[in-house]
Design a protein around this ligand. Structure first.
Ligand code: ATP
Ligand code: MG
Length: 450
């Protein structure tokens, strides 16, 4: 028996995903209406008109990779699997269970009815005191299951909840007619990660202050601190309260990689495997961002991504992997989406988090020792002008140093944790000083040095 899932964008049928249970193989076919109406392709690996010589194995792997990237990770994935009595490895079953609201615009049903056409039920109120109780209950009670139903269907490891904010009141979406507008992130349960909401808020506000395109974020207290992040893949129309879903894909989907290749060294950095760098890398991103057939505008996409890469080093974010960058997608091609999940991992000194970059600068994975040679090698391999790298590095480092005092004040005004603000601020200052000390040398290093 095969499982067939209809894939929708609002009321439009995008196509059908089929799981052949005998061969454990996926296939995805666009609907005729979608292709004729000029719909967007899901990703570069799943084009509207596939090459004739593409093998079923290749296509099956591409389809699996794309759809697997929509699933949550960590405990939310465990909960999803156990709630629905599905194995964690059963992608089709999980998509069916979680498919009402994924990242971007796609929805999944097992029948032919568009999810939007079903009857209207009101969204479910989410009061602060209930949220507070659920935040406290997390060690023994899953944060993503509410009223016996799983509420989360976006990627990532941290506890989070997708909510609909209407006139300042929070709701949980009850049916496919409702879309969430914000993501709530409480403090992680792990006490070693205490201050994470402040850490992320500081980095997000700093990014906005230095003019990176970044999702809006603020800190709320219920009374536990909750980071409230505006979804950039949702467009809210105030008079009607209608929320339009915008399609976007993450970096793994752009590169056609499976979830576990979100790091450049997919097998880790042990001595025998550290040289296998087949995962997502800065160079692979720049190659695709330079492709005029894929991108709406290659220049802004490359500049935006370069600034994203530099900013991760300046804040000491070692977890800037390929699922922490996204791209808007429509029939006019792809464009870089706002930044999100900006965290200074180097400031989490008690938590034993990795001090190894998700994607290297040149060949260097150590965020504290990224110097001129590494930036120059990155520019060379990625075919970007070293002069541009040097000027953006200088400019972003100077702006971060200038904006830090005001950001510290803003975070404290929002009730942020004073110790964590100082830690993030110390890391950013050190990283910016290192960057400024080497920026002038980047253009001196020529291709003969590599
Ligand atoms: N502001 C936003 N608008 C739309 N989608 C977002 C936004 N922020 C995050 N997402 C989506 O939700 C996913 C999870 O969010 P996020 O990366 O913040 O979670 P996380 O659990 O901290 O991730 P990680 O596992 O990298 O630590 C992202 O991969 C992205 O697809
Ligand atoms: Mg993330």
């Amino acid at each position: 028996m095969n499982l067939k899932l209809k894939v929708w964008d609002a009321s439009k049928l995008v196509g059908e995903l089929v799981h052949d249970s005998d061969l454990n193989r996926f296939s995805f076919a666009y609907s005729r209406q979608w292709v004729e109406a000029g719909g967007y392709p899901l990703s570069p690996a799943l084009p509207l008109f596939p090459a004739k010589d593409r093998s079923a194995e290749r296509h099956g792997a591409d389809a699996r990779n794309y759809f697997q990237n929509l699933l949550p990770e960590g405990r939310a994935l465990d909960d999803a699997a156990s709630m629905h009595n599905i194995s964690k490895a059963n992608l089709a079953g999980l998509l069916h269970a979680l498919g009402r609201e994924s990242a971007g615009a796609l929805m999944f049903t097992s029948d032919t009815t568009a999810p939007y056409e079903k009857s209207e039920v009101p969204p479910r109120l989410l009061a602060n005191d209930e949220l507070s109780k659920r935040i406290q209950a997390r060690p023994h009670d899953s944060f993503t299951v509410w009223d016996g139903r799983l509420r989360l269907s976006i990627a990532g490891y941290q506890d989070k909840l997708a909510i609909l904010q209407l006139n300042g009141t929070w709701f949980l979406p009850e049916s496919a007619q409702h879309s969430s507008t914000h993501i709530l992130k409480p403090e992680p349960v792990n006490p070693q990660l205490a201050g994470m909401t402040t850490n992320e808020l500081t980095c997000m506000l700093l990014a906005a202050a230095v003019k990176l395109n970044v999702a809006a974020a603020r800190l709320d207290h219920v009374p536990e601190p909750v980071l409230v992040i505006e979804r950039f893949d949702r467009e809210f129309a105030s008079p009607t309260h209608h929320v339009r879903r915008l399609q976007c894909i993450d970096g793994c989907q752009l590169l056609g990689l499976p979830v576990d290749f979100k790091y450049e060294q997919p097998y880790g950095n042990g001595p025998e495997v550290k040289n296998i760098r087949g995962g997502a890398s800065v160079q692979r991103f720049f190659e695709l961002l330079d492709n005029k057939e894929l991108m709406r505008a290659t220049g802004p996409a490359k500049l935006g991504f370069l600034r994203w890469v530099i900013f991760q080093v300046l804040i000491g974010n070692t977890d800037a992997h390929a699922k922490n960058v996204s791209f808007f997608s429509d029939s006019t091609r792809l464009a870089l989406a706002p930044a999100y999940d900006l965290v200074s991992d180097l400031a989490l000194i008690d938590a034993h988090v990795s001090d190894h970059l998700a994607m290297a600068i040149g060949d260097n994975f150590d965020p504290r020792s990224v110097h001129a040679y590494d930036w120059a090698l990155m520019a060379h391999e990625s075919k970007i002008a070293p002069k541009l790298v040097a000027s953006e590095l200088r400019s972003l480092a100077n702006q971060c140093l200038k904006q830090l005092p005001d950001i510290r004040r803003q975070v404290l005004e929002q009730g942020g944790d004073a110790r964590m603000v100082e830690r993030v601020s110390d890391v950013v200052q050190d990283q910016c000083k290192t960057a400024l000390s080497c920026a002038d040398q980047i253009t001196v290093i020529g291709p003969d040095n590599f």
